[in-house]
Design a protein. Sequence first.
Length: 397
Amino acid sequence: MSGQESYPLPEDPALADAARAIRDTGHWGWIVDDRWRIVWASDEIRMTFGGLTEMVPFPLGSHMFGPEWVRASTAWRTGPNTIEINRFLFRGAGGLALTDTPGGRDELREIVDPALRDLVDELTPTDGAMQSFTGAGFGVRRAEDVPIVAFRVRDTSGRLVGTALISKPPAGMAMLGAVTFNADLGHVARMGLVAGAGRRPAAVLFADLEASSSLSRRLSTASYFRLGRRLVRAADQSVVDAGGLVGRHVGDGVSAFFLAETVGSESRAAQSCIASVRALREALGDVAARSDLRPEEVVLRFGLHWGANLYVGLISTSGRSEINALGDQVNEAARIEPCASGGLALASKDLIERLEPDAAAALDLDPDRLTYTPLGDLSSATEKARRDAPSIAVCEI
């Protein structure tokens, strides 16, 4: 079994039922048997402890607080990856482990890692159907922020067969729900795929609201905010529906990236980028109507380009998570967009020529009949475009 495969369910039927419930509900969790030997861990907890880039190995068959556990966990990106955090975890769950150790403190002291032995005398034996305590090291700043619930698992005769340890992010469920209910799970999965930054070929999209300054002066601040919110929602939805990744929002501007690896090919990436532009254009009429504006007052400029070796990754901080991409082609796309005045969508030759015949036909485009103009030769070319990217060939789509 490779290190990135899901662990099989435990052999014991009651423990297997517990593991299945944790797995099917997408929880962070792992299970120990009646002697606190690790028998299973969810993909979710393994991926989290791997920093969203890999599923870490749990030392199956080893005692949860033994030397093998400590050695394995201290190699993880997050989670109980220090001796201090393991001591914190042992203080929380050690009372249950002590109850389940036939030889009591003396036996437990021999089993656990040497760095934990001094804590054994502090433990209070405990039991019960359920116990809550706090863990540490799940990527949060304070150890006390991570709640863990230990569920005692018993078979049909009532015999204890193990313990399931289930955790969650420190935020309450109401806040987690508010953050995630509107999230598209496909987009969340795509974000996870680029948690490890790297070079990736992708189509790049920039869009910005034209005449935004005059609109912001004419509308009340509250009305302009609502307009901006509707635009952002429409833009993000068009990107998500087309299989892209939503990038940064700067002012009235949006950015997006359509990766070849997530949509299937370079041709599909270019097709998806163009499809998202068309979908967003169709949505602008509704955005204008809901904002009590005429359609010609809500106009976006679009710049589309191809990045052969963009450096794309996920940036997460205490305040937000977002996709960012670096590379010359990102800067060039940002130069194309301001030149698309009048609500045009300007696509580079590099992007259009990524389209295979079937993708072009789906878009009702014939790349062989298109003609291009160097960006610097456009009457709408900005000073920055003429300075930084005058030779990029573009066409209107």
